[in-house]
Design a binder for this molecule. Structure first.
Ligand code: HEM
Length: 403
C-alpha cells in the first residue's frame, strides 16, 4: 500500500477505511488488553532482574505479540521467546540492507522504471514466509469456522465480499454516512492480502515501539511530567475499579499530549514524500512545480523549528493542551503525515502506545540508565528515527502499588 499510486491506491484506501473505525478498534481492544496483561507480568520479571532494559527491544517484543494477535490472530509469546521465527522475520522486515534501501528509494522515486524492472524489496524467503503464513491462517479459519475480531478477519471479509461493513453502532457517524462502497470491480488477491498484513505488522511493532520508546525517554528525563501522567492514570484506574477500558484510555488527555509532544520532538518518520500530479504554482511565490516532480517534506525539521514550536528542545506536553492544537499545527506537525495519504493506522497506533506507557507507569517509574547516550544521537542511517546505542532504562517500583 505504501507504494501503490493513482486509482489502485484510491480504491484500496477506500476499502480499508472501515477496517480502522472506532467500532472495529473497540472490538479489538480486548485482544490488545490481553497482550498488555502479559506484558505487565513480564515487567515484574524485568524489574526483579534489576538490569537495565533496551526500551525499543522490549516494547518491540510486546507489540510483536500484540499485533501477532490483533493482525494475524496468532499467539507468538515473543516476550518469553525473543528469537521465535515470527519476531525474527519481523526484525528482518525492519532492517534494510544497503541494496534494499536503494531499491526502496527507486520504487518511491521512480515507480515506472521500477515497475518495468520488476524491482522488489523483500527477500524471497521473507515473502514466502508471510505468504504461507497468511494462506495457512486463512485456510485454518475456514476449516474450523473460526471468526475473530482482528485485521485478518476483516481482510478475509474484504476478499470474499468486496467490502468491509461499517457496523451500525459505530461511533464514526460521519464516516458511516459518507461511506460509499466503490462500484468498480475490486481486485484483491492473496498477494494483496499478504502485502497489507506485512505493512500492518511492520508499522504495528516498529513505528509504534519507536514512538513509545522516545516518550519513555522524555518521561524519564522529566520526572515532574512522568508524575503527572501517573496521577492521571491512577485517577482513571480508580474511577474504573482498576480496569483499563477503551473509553478511559481515550479520555487520558495528558497521556495523549505526552505522546503528541514526543512525536513532535522525535517524529518516527522524519520526511514525507509526494509526487506532483498536476502543474502547480505555490501561492504567493514564483515557484511552479511540474507534473511528476517529487517533493520531500522535511517534517522532522518543521517540528523542531522554533518558528512554530518555541524553545523546541523543551519537552512540553502542554503545547497540545488547547482543543484546537492539532488544527493550529496542521501542516507543520505531521508525525502521521497529512492529507488523503495520512497514516491509516494512527488511531490504532495511539491506543498501542497509550497501553504501553500505562503498563509501565501504573506500577513503575522509569529512569535513564547510564548506558543511554545523552544527549541522544539520532541514527540517520535507518529508515525510522531511532537512538544510536538504544535507549536504556531502569524500572523503579512506585511507592504504592496502584493495581
Ligand atoms: C506511531 C506509529 C506510526 C507512525 C508514526 C506512522 C506514520 C506514518 C506515516 C508518516 C505515514 C505516511 C503518511 C503520509 O505520507 O502522509 C504512514 C502511512 C501508513 N501507515 Fe502508519 N504510522 C504508525 C503506525 C501505523 C500502524 C499501527 C499501522 C497499521 C496497523 C499503520 C499503517 C499505515 C499504512 C497502511 C500507511 C499507508 C497509507 C496510505 O498510503 O494510504 N501505521 N504512517
Amino acid at each position: 500500500m505504501f507504494h501503490s499510486t493513482g486509482q489502485r491506491w484510491k480504491e484500496l484506501r477506500l476499502k480499508l477505511i472501515p477496517t480502522f473505525t472506532s467500532g472495529k478498534l473497540k472490538g479489538m481492544f480486548p485482544l490488545m488488553l490481553e497482550s498488555s496483561d502479559i506484558f505487565e507480568k513480564h515487567l515484574d520479571k524485568v524489574a526483579a532482574s534489576k538490569e537495565a532494559f533496551d526500551a525499543k527491544e522490549l516494547i518491540g517484543r510486546f507489540f510483536t505479540d500484540m499485533v501477532g494477535s490483533t493482525i494475524f490472530g496468532i499467539d507468538c509469546n515473543t516476550l518469553e521467546e525473543p528469537h521465535n521465527q515470527f519476531r525474527v522475520m519481523g526484525q528482518r522486515l525492519a532492517t534494510l540492507s544497503k541494496t534494499q534501501a536503494m531499491k526502496l528509494a527507486l520504487i518511491a522515486y521512480m515507480p515506472e522504471i521500477s515497475l518495468k524492472l520488476k524491482l522488489t524489496v523483500l527477500d524471497s524467503d521473507l515473502r514466502d514466509f508471510f505468504f504461507k503464513l497468511t494462506k495457512d491462517l486463512v485456510e485454518k479459519r475456514k476449516k474450523t469456522n473460526t471468526v475473530r475480531k482482528d485485521f485478518l478477519q476483516l481482510l478475509i471479509e474484504l476478499k470474499e465480499k468486496g467490502n468491509v461493513a461499517i457496523d451500525d453502532d459505530d461511533e464514526d457517524k460521519r464516516l458511516k454516512e459518507n461511506f460509499r462502497p466503490s462500484e468498480t470491480v475490486f481486485k484483491f488477491d492473496d498477494t494483496d492480502m499478504t502485502a497489507l498484513l506485512i505493512a500492518f505488522y511492520l508499522a504495528g511493532f516498529d513505528n509504534t515501539s519507536s514512538a513509545a520508546t522516545f516518550a519513555l525517554l522524555e518521561l524519564a528525563l522529566n520526572p515532574e511530567v512522568q508524575r503527572k501522567v501517573q496521577l492521571e492514570i491512577d485517577e482513571f484506574l480508580m474511577q474504573n475499579d482498576g480496569k483499563v477500558t477503551y473509553n478511559a484510555l481515550r479520555e487520558m488527555k495528558y497521556l495523549e499530549w505526552v505522546l503528541y509532544e514526543s512525536m513532535r520532538k522525535y517524529p518516527v518518520v522524519g520526511i514525507h514524500g509526494r509526487v506532483c500530479t498536476k502543474k502547480y504554482t505555490i501561492p504567493g511565490t514564483k515557484v511552479t512545480l511540474d507534473e511528476g516532480v517529487i517533493i520531500t517534506i522535511p517534517n522532522y525539521a518543521l517540528q523542531n523549528d522554533a518558528k512554530y514550536f518555541p524553545d523546541p528542545e523543551r519537552f512540553d506536553p502542554e503545547r497540545f493542551s488547547a482543543d484546537d492544537a492539532l488544527h493550529k499545527y496542521q501542516y507543520v506537525y505531521t508525525p502521521f503525515g497529512e492529507g488523503p495519504r495520512q497514516c491509516i493506522g494512527n488511531r490504532f497506533a495511539l491506543i498501542q502506545d497509550k497501553l504501553a506507557l500505562l503498563s509501565f507507569l501504573r506500577r513503575y517509574s522509569v529512569k535513564v540508565n547510564s548506558k543511554t547516550q545523552l544527549p541522544v544521537k539520532l541514527n540517520i542511517k535507518q529508515f525510522l528515527l531511532n537512538a544510536e546505542g538504544g535507549i536504556w532504562l531502569d524500572l523503579e517500583k512506585r511507592a504504592t502499588d496502584q493495581t
